[in-house]
Design a protein around this ligand. Structure first.
Ligand code: HEM
Length: 526
């Protein structure tokens, strides 16, 4: 363990007086007050009771996903351009307009499925969430390292997370639960292909990409919109781990990614990312074999080039982990003028979920905390709620008027800063999947793009985990791989057949039948 970061503790030689939260000096922090030094304690032990009862409440609920994270402060610097064109052609968002314009940011990286102190070497997507404190208020870009996702409809998210988290009975994470969900949700196959390759274990947070994953819109001064995808590209290069490398790191250090980020920033070796967008006109694009609103798909780079719009530098560690990294609250609904939502169904579902969970996880006034508070003035008519400690009001506002409209000095609506984007929408209200829902074509392409060692790792990691699963799930995954790419399917089929031969017996434990005797298709594999 490396606790003394370059003798940092020597800086703090002056001893300050310990007080309680009422400002009273604490004269004895070693002993509770008792009747004689062996005697029973008295109930008026104010300092002791305050100390213990605050300690009892130190934890807040951990994030339901992305519980383990690390964060840092920095800035975003714009190029003023989107590729060769002025960025104003596509968006009026102020933070992008001028070359060299800097906007402060806070970034939180995370793993997804496991709890707050889980190892940072596990196979899992990584979160990459950025809060931009812009002059128009906050913008949050809540992304991941991988550019696609497991599902394309928000309705499925709680089931997906349940399947990936530990078993509700044993509290053990089980590959069979994971593959039970994925084999029966074939849209996940592209994401599974990335996740089981080395891209599923980034070496650290500094050497990984980021992506907004969902499709957003940009809106210009005329109210015209385009569809956009966001990408972060690390200037440190990209580095991913084999399963074996990850296991070696995990044996010695399960905080390696947090430590790497903290130590490199302390050494002033500040990590940087270039920021890119891909742009499409705002329509359904029937000429494409995928829907631009489908987050299980990549937008091919040759058709939709990456346009450089800026860079980000992380140059300051948090002063307190809990206050900043734990209490920071990002949400996909947090956009500024010139940025808009698309009809991506995942994005719409996410947008409800984030602020809803944060009102529960952090509290209804989570936006008053310094890490979440915009650096611009806030003037609302919201009042009260747990832990409210100031009124967000405009300097000249009549303090008696906490409603709108009013002629007595209350707040007024702002002017629209450009023409509003008003898309026309019509259709029948339905519960249906999108039409273009091919699940395997891009996964095949992704497989063929992998280097040989990445393909080897993918097959070996899939075989390793799938060989513990029921045959019915193995068969479904083989069918998906075969439909993606001949070599992919063949290697997975052979790998699983060999694993079965080596085992001699089926290792799979179908849920509800731990002996596996009456698993569907079980007889053929013996
Ligand atoms: C965190 C919901 C899909 C990236 C969270 C949290 C919830 C959530 C409830 C915890 C937030 C908190 O406690 O502050 C959902 C739902 C989804 C979805 C309902 C789909 C319908 C996605 C996707 C991505 C993503 C597609 C990737 C682009 C993240 C990240 C965090 C997060 C990075 C951690 C934010 C942080 O560091 O505080 N999500 N999510 N989520 N989600 Fe999602």
């Amino acid at each position: 363990m490396n606790n003394d970061h370059n003798g940092e503790n020597e800086k703090f030689e002056q001893e300050e007086t310990l007080t309680n939260r009422q400002g009273h000096p604490v004269t004895n922090n070693q002993n509770i007050r008792t009747v004689s030094n062996r005697g029973p304690a008295t109930l008026e032990n104010y300092d002791f009771i305050e100390k213990i009862s605050h300690f009892d409440r130190e934890r807040i609920p951990e994030r339901v996903v992305h519980a383990r994270g690390a964060g840092a402060h920095g800035y975003f610097e714009a190029t003023g351009m989107a590729g060769d064109e002025p960025v104003s052609k596509y968006t009026r968002a102020k933070l992008f307009q001028e070359k060299g314009k800097k906007t402060p940011v806070f970034v939180r990286f995370s793993s997804v499925i496991h709890g707050g102190h889980s190892p940072e070497t596990l196979r899992d997507p990584r979160g990459f969430a950025t809060k931009f404190y812009t002059e128009d208020g906050n913008w949050d870009l809540v992304g991941n390292n991988l550019k696609v996702f497991f599902i394309r409809d928000a309705m499925k998210f709680p089931d997906m997370v349940h399947a990936f988290k530990p078993d509700p009975l044993t509290n053990i994470q089980d590959a069979e639960r994971f593959f039970d969900f994925c084999a029966n949700s074939p849209e996940s196959f592209h994401m599974v292909t990335f996740l089981y390759s080395p891209w599923g274990i980034p070496a650290n947070y500094r050497q990984m990409q980021g992506s907004g994953v969902n499709t957003y819109k940009w809106v210009n001064a005329e109210g015209e919109a385009v569809l956009v995808k966001y990408h972060w590209e690390p200037k440190q290069g990209i580095k991913n781990l084999t399963q074996e490398e990850a296991e070696q790191i995990q044996a010695k250090n399960f905080n390696h990614a947090t430590q790497d980020l903290y130590d490199e920033i302390e050494k002033e070796n500040y990590p940087e990312w270039d920021f890119f967008v891909q742009i499409m006109s705002d329509d359904a694009h029937p000429e494409l074999d995928f829907d631009p609103l489908d987050d299980t798909k990549l937008w091919p780079e040759d058709q939709f080039p990456w346009l450089h719009i800026g860079k980000m530098v992380l140059n300051k560690n948090p002063e307190d982990y809990f206050n900043e990294v734990e209490q920071v609250a990002f949400g996909t609904g947090v956009l500024v003028d010139g940025l808009d939502f698309s009809d991506d169904k995942m994005l719409q579902g996410r947008t409800f979920s984030y602020s809803d969970t944060q009102r529960y996880r952090v509290g209804p006034n989570y936006l008053q905390l310094p890490i979440n508070k915009p650096k611009t003035n806030q003037a609302t008519n919201q009042r009260g709620g747990q832990m409210s400690y100031y009124v967000d009001k405009a300097p000249g506002q009549n303090p008696h008027v906490n409603y709108e409209p009013s002629s007595l000095g209350g707040l007024k609506e702002s002017e629209q800063s450009g023409k509003e984007h008003t898309p026309k929408i019509s259709g029948e209200l339905v519960r249906e999947s999108i039409d273009r829902n091919d699940n395997t074509k891009q996964a095949g392409h992704t497989f063929r793009e992998f280097e040989d060692w990445e393909k080897d790792e993918l097959i070996s990691n899939l075989v390793n985990d799938l060989s513990t699963c029921a045959k019915v799930l193995q068969d479904k995954m083989i069918t998906l791989a075969e439909s993606a790419d001949d070599e992919y399917g063949k290697r997975l089929r052979e790998g699983l057949a060999n694993a079965r031969k080596e085992e001699g017996v089926h290792k799979g434990r179908p849920l509800g039948d731990k002996d596996g005797d009456d698993a569907p298709g079980h007889a053929e594999q013996m």
